[in-house]
Design a protein around this ligand. Structure first.
Ligand code: B3K
Ligand code: ZN
Length: 877
């Protein structure tokens, strides 16, 4: 295959032709599926017709019903080019494909016994020749045919308009989707499933038939997803005034899937992980994820499908916005603080890391080789943070006005991020010119805030500075608009409003808002009676790194008195991080002061949400801490610091952990927020108790690991046993595997728990597990469970002897040909090779160089490796 070339955002050109209607006829067969595609084309600009197509065998081609000979068109490994053609005509193409050979899981493939598709971003071109780009919107009519016995269900987008029997035991079904759509939203599924049916009545009273298709025998595990779907449909009507637009909404769960799920119009295809859940097999967090992914894909129906992207550089237009919407959905239905903290952790542990690496890109990238490489935490999660900043600046009402105008202007169109911002700007009295930099600038801005107080004059001076470090290809950075939510407190822990600056406003969230837009700024306040303690960047109001002069005693006050839950959690995190960094610098174990221990004890005893307590007792990850060491990362010192902090808490708070643990007596099986919060806190207590007294608690953990009927408890115990290498660990692992060997999603947990373990035995264990009969490189869920988990386990992946590097390199080599998308996700930790000591640098670099030399290196890996190996000088040009 020829090398894939880079595409640039600035090169966008409208296509020479549009496709108004598509009729697809797909005869499904394991090895020889025939696809007949009839396209109605219309010229809209000069130029040849260049259709995309990969891994296709062209059988025949006819223009307006007349067969064309092979010398009248050009076929390459990526395109079909026609030059002598009318301005308006019908193109009739027959191609053949082999779904069983498709291990990349892109285009049409087999998942277990079923046929299914994944077309985003550029998978449709593996089904037939097409203008496979999001700005070509066509009306699809699709006829599927397959063997009736093995594939009783034949599904595609839209409405079923015909079905019937054929010869040879086959049958067919014809689907028509009235909404013009880009090819990436096309889907088909053929298989034998159990089906769960329900109905949703829109506020207008329209009836929508809801159907969930799952592997046979799994019906009872589909109820939660169905309930979540109905909640999502209602929420979108109530909060965004957006209702569903077809009579039928189908969700199919498949076992082999590269990502979480896909929002195909009217026919979502889901990784079974985000559909199947019951209490015996799914943890509380699994339920939360089912609800949020079901919501996410449903919300795409408006933000993505009805209004889609002009080109793939605009991906964040739909993803950032839809992540924001799913976060709001989860927050409105559950604990807002818990969901916000979860989002903040993702930003700090993963997105900041991406922003600081060789693949750093703005939320709207400028250059792409393999689009699949850009479904990133930057485009998704930072994208959502950018939308959230707009929401903070405009308020809920202003934001919703912007949404309404966006919809009025662009329903049925393929548009850009600029169109979205312009709608927000027109609908509100605000100038977003400078705000637009968030779309074009990569990197994490750093904000420094200093506070000076002159007691004699009652004068408070706050100085602000912002700076964004250079990223590859973007050295000069301009200041961005940074909404800083904050609250000031007295030393007695009472709120203090800072009022006499025109630049500070009260905000609907309860905080005050100051918007920093210059590189530096100063605010002064007079008649301030005492020096305030200020909680800055409340609710993580901007995706920035913050440096302030707030000390740990002041943080203790915020931990105790912060009005907002996220602020209290943040204060605890900052206390931990300060201790950890000191320990790393001084090469000493972490010490917690008596007053810190007292403050934390108070938290455990306070009448606050148990879920929040659980989060306060979740320590910052080693990955978060690594962010403070962009060079020569002191891995060993970090490992020691993280470990000794956990021990300091475990020993210092043993009694109160034990009392809390007992008080949260064995939990009911309920799925209520309250019961989930209690389980979360109980888990944290047991974690510390088993760390402090492994022998005493090993039997307790072993007992809990056998709890039938509640996976949260079972998996929680398994995790503790393995993390702390308790005496019961091996026995618990064996019993768990025995019990769950036939339940793939639970076995994924078993693999992941072992790959996540922080102790030095992990590399060896992961290597052994590669040969486990239940492990397979062909199933992405299994690969993510064992190897993505391991790749994120920084301390073990970077093990001194390089064994972690070798192991992952070997797997990436195999996946390069088997499933490049999955391979490319696993390469992330190699990308940061420059951040480590010279010994590790040379080993990491060696792996990258060897991977680069692979014959048939997939473009996905090529793009990342090339950027990772680029010399520092060219990298920052
Ligand atoms: N839009 C899909 C992601 C497709 C990824 C292609 N490699 C899922 C989602 O974000 O909803
Ligand atoms: Zn999405």
């Amino acid at each position: 295959m020829s090398k894939k070339l880079a595409k640039y955002r600035s090169d966008y050109r409208a296509p020479a032709f549009t496709i108004e209607n598509v009729h697809l006829n797909i005869d499904l067969d394991d090895h020889a599926t025939r696809v007949r595609s009839q396209l109605q084309l219309k010229r809209q600009a000069p130029g040849a017709l260049e259709l995309d197509g990969e891994h296709l065998e062209l059988i025949t081609l006819a223009v307006d019903g007349v067969l064309r000979s092979a010398d009248s068109y050009e076929v390459t490994d990526k395109q079909l080019i026609l030059t002598e053609i009318p301005d308006e005509f019908t193109l009739d193409i027959v191609t053949q494909i082999d779904p069983s050979a498709n291990s990349a899981l892109e285009g049409l493939y087999k998942s277990g016994g079923a046929f299914c598709t994944q077309c985003e971003a550029e998978g449709f071109r593996r089904i037939t020749y097409y203008l496979d780009r999001p700005d070509v919107l066509a009306v699809f009519t699709t006829t599927l045919s397959a063997d009736s016995e093995h594939f009783p269900f034949l599904l595609s987008n839209g409405n079923l308009i015909d079905e019937g029997k054929q010869d040879n035991g086959r049958h067919y079904a014809t689907w028509h989707d009235p909404h013009p759509k880009p090819a990436y939203l096309f889907a088909l599924v053929a298989g034998d499933f159990d089906r769960l049916e329900d109905h949703y009545h829109t506020l207008e009273g329209r009836d929508v038939r809801l159907e969930l298709f799952v592997d046979k025998g799994n019906l009872s595990r589909a109820n939660y997803a169905m309930e979540s779907l109905k909640r999502a449909m209602q929420w979108d009507e109530e909060r965004f005034d957006l209702a569903y637009d077809l009579d039928r909404y189908m969700v199919v769960a498949v076992e082999f899937f590269n990502m979480g799920a896909m929002e195909n119009k009217g026919l979502n295809i889901f990784n079974s992980k985000y559909v199947l859940a019951d209490q015996a097999t799914a943890t509380d967090w699994d339920f939360v994820h089912v609800e949020s992914v079901i919501g996410h894909e449903y919300f795409h129906n408006w933000t993505g499908n009805r209004i889609t992207c002009r080109d793939w550089f605009q991906l964040s237009l739909k993803e950032g916005l839809t992540v924001f919407r799913d976060q709001e959905f989860s927050s409105d239905l559950g604990s807002r603080a818990v969901h916000r903290i979860d989002a903040i952790r993702v930003m700090r542990s993963f997105q900041f890391n991406e922003d600081a690496g060789p693949m750093a890109h703005p939320i709207r990238p400028d250059k792409v080789i393999e689009m699949n490489n850009f479904y990133t935490v930057t485009v998704y999660n930072k994208g959502a943070e950018v939308i959230r900043m707009l929401h903070t600046l405009l308020g809920e009402q202003g934001f919703q006005h912007g949404m309404q105008l966006y919809r009025q202007r662009h329903d049925g169109q393929a548009v850009t991020c600029e169109d979205f911002v312009a709608a927000m700007e027109t609908a509100n009295p605000v100038d977003l010119q400078q705000f637009r930099r968030w779309y074009s600038q990569a990197g994490t801005p750093q904000v420094r805030i200093e506070q000076r107080y002159d007691a004699a004059q009652g004068l408070l001076t706050l100085t602000f500075e912002q700076m964004t470090p250079a990223t590859p290809g973007q050295t000069a950075k301009a200041p961005v608009v940074i909404p800083l939510l904050f609250s000031a407190y007295t030393h007695a822990g009472e709120r203090l409003l800072l009022t006499d600056s025109a630049q500070v406003n009260d905000h609907e969230s309860g905080s005050q808002l100051y918007v920093l837009s210059d590189s530096s700024a100063t605010l002064t306040f007079t008649e301030v009676e005492q020096e305030p303690i200020i909680a800055w960047l409340e609710n993580f109001s901007a995706p920035v790194k913050l440096q302030t002069s707030v000390n740990t005693e002041e943080l203790e006050l915020l931990l105790a008195h912060g009005e907002q839950e996220v602020t209290r959690w943040e204060a605890a995190q900052q206390i931990y991080l300060t201790c950890l960094r000191q320990a790393v610098t001084n090469q000493q174990p972490v010490q917690l002061s008596a007053s810190q221990l007292r403050a934390l004890t108070k938290v455990l005893k306070a009448p606050i949400d148990n879920a929040l307590k659980a989060l306060i007792f979740t320590l910052p990850s080693a990955e978060e801490l690594l962010e403070y060491y962009p060079e020569n990362a002191p891995l060993d010192a970090i490992e020691r610091a993280v470990k000794t902090l956990a021990h300091a808490l475990a020993n210092g708070l043993q009694e109160v952990f034990a009392a809390t643990f007992e008080a949260l007596e064995s939990q009911s099986e309920q799925l209520s927020g309250k019961a989930m919060a209690a389980r979360a806190l109980r888990q944290r207590c047991l974690y510390f108790l088993a760390l402090a007294k492994p022998h005493d608690y090993s039997p307790v953990v072993a007992q809990q690991a056998l709890t039938q009927g509640n996976m949260t408890l079972q998996q929680g115990a398994l995790e503790i046993a393995v993390q702390h290498q308790l005496p019961c660990a091996e026995q618990v692992l064996a019993e768990f595997a025995e019990q769950w060997q036939e339940t793939p999603l639970v076995m994924d947990k078993w693999f992941a728990v072992q790959a996540n373990a922080r102790h030095p035995e992990t590399v060896k264990r992961v290597a052994q597990l590669l040969d486990h009969p239940k492990f397979s490189l062909r199933n992405p869920n299994r690969v993510y469970a064992l190897l993505a988990s391991f790749s994120r386990n920084s301390l073990r992946f970077h093990q001194e002897d390089g064994s972690g590097y070798k192991l992952l390199q070997r797997i990436i080599t195999q996946l390069n040909t088997l499933n490049p998308q999955v391979a490319s996700r696993l390469i992330t930790p190699f990308m940061q090779w420059r951040r480590f000591d010279t010994r590790r640098q040379s080993m990491l670099k060696q792996s990258l160089v060897e991977l680069q030399q692979l014959a048939d290196l997939a473009p996905d890996l090529d793009e990342k490796i090339t950027s990772a190996l680029q010399s520092e000088e060219t990298a920052s040009q």
